[in-house]
Design a binder for this molecule. Structure first.
Ligand SMILES: N[C@@H](CCC(=O)N[C@@H](CS)C(=O)NCC(=O)O)C(=O)O
Length: 198
């Protein structure tokens, strides 16, 4: 299968998909669309949005659908139906939070305004959401589902790292999550991917 990922030159919703490829070792073309080219490019996408994953030329859209499809293809979707559902739950939890932060991450450069936004999101739902993720990790396997890495770990790592880097020191009360992020960052495949684009 020939894969082409179309996304902006940002981490955003493209990063979990990139990481799934790097974790699996499957090759793909990482096409990064410049924001100034987007107005012209937009009409070439099914919903006027990115990411789009082309699989042998066939376009697949929606971050979650793309990630789930790749996770199934790369055997990163858990061992059984119950694991698969647990992965979906974790991904839905983190995407709900990311949805609240995305606009600010993508467009705001003033750190003070970013922090103000995060404080509001944290009070409204962030504290609860991150607390829920912390609680799942407290089970102690080091992974969100079962005893091994799944796409849920990869999506949480990609999106929560982005939140953490944009809203400085804002995850400080979520120690389980912070430990998880730094362990994932040390994963040899993730590490070599980030070294390759540094
Ligand atoms: N539910 C969609 C949302 C996609 C989305 O909002 N993409 C943004 C970038 S993260 C986009 O394409 N924005 C450009 C635009 O809407 O013109 C998904 O998860 O893929």
């Amino acid at each position: 299968m020939k894969y082409r990922l179309l996304y902006f030159d940002d981490r955003g919703r493209g990063e979990p998909i990139r990481l799934l490829f790097h974790m699996s070792g499957e090759t793909f073309e990482d096409v990064r669309i410049a924001h100034e080219d987007w107005p012209e490019f937009r009409s070439k996408t099914p919903l006027g949005q990115l990411p789009v994953l082309e699989c042998d030329g066939k376009q697949l859209i929606q971050t979650k659908a793309i990630c789930r499809y790749l996770a199934k293809s790369f055997r990163l979707a858990g061992r059984n139906m119950a694991d698969a559902a647990a992965c979906d739950v974790v991904v839905d939890i983190v995407l709900d939070l990311y949805d609240q932060c995305e606009h600010v991450i993508m467009t705001e450069s003033d750190q003070r305004k970013k922090n103000e936004h995060w404080r509001e999101v944290y009070a409204a739902c962030g504290k609860e959401t991150l607390g829920r993720l912390d609680a799942i990790l407290r089970r102690g396997t080091g992974y969100f589902v079962g005893n091994d890495i799944t796409w849920a770990d990869i999506v949480v790592f990609a999106l929560v790292s982005n939140i953490k880097d944009n809203f400085k020191n804002m995850l400080q009360s979520h120690q389980q999550l912070l430990t998880f992020l730094s362990r994932m960052k040390d994963n040899s495949k993730i590490k070599s991917y980030y070294e390759s684009i540094a």
